[in-house]
Unconditional design. Sequence first.
Length: 220
Amino acid sequence: MSTPADLLADIRHRIAAAAKLARRKADAVTLVAVSKTHPAEAIEPLIHAGQRVFGENRVQEAQDKWPALIERHPSIELHLVGQLQSNKAEDAVRLFDCIHSLDRPSLVKALAKAMDKADRRVPCFVQVNIGEEDQKGGCPIDDLPALLEQAGDAGLPVIGLMCVPPLEVEPAPYFALMAKMAADNGLTGLSMGMSGDFETAVTLGATHVRVGSALFGARE
Ligand SMILES: *Cc1c(COP(=O)(O)O)cnc(C)c1O
């Protein structure tokens, strides 16, 4: 059986190989270990193996799990990768070091207010509904320029774009479109690629890959 350290080394190796293929530096890619649904006991071994950046998709779950872990390991960086309700913006700003799911004007307002109140600037990715799927979160492609302008006016530190492409179809065209949209808008960050497609995402310019099940095993 593979240990958590083996799995981590394997993912890091695959990121490096994909980066090399695209003539990119491996250290230009941040691995966000998505630990949602997994308890602290499953997370600790990865911390001991050197992983420092983790992702959660629910504010409440992260509040239950992470403060104790962060106290023991202060160099941890915690990212929110899931949808954020405006009424949780204050909690999110206090706990997370990066938010990947800014996707609507009301959340721009709530996050700007929360960051002012906490006197803490949390970098954000704007999530784009790249497959134009009804059930998915993310800003519609056509609304992106306006949302970026609103975020800029509100003083939010937007560092890039994030997406979750449609399931069961080749993701590369979506990743390529994301890279073009980020460049067109003067953004350098690209949060894209999950367990099944992070290598493709890295070859197409991902700066942050969000990997859960390939590191922690399948979720219940
Ligand atoms: C769960 C989740 C991931 C990780 O998915 P895996 O397929 O388990 O790697 C990445 N991004 C988001 C937004 C998620 O909710």
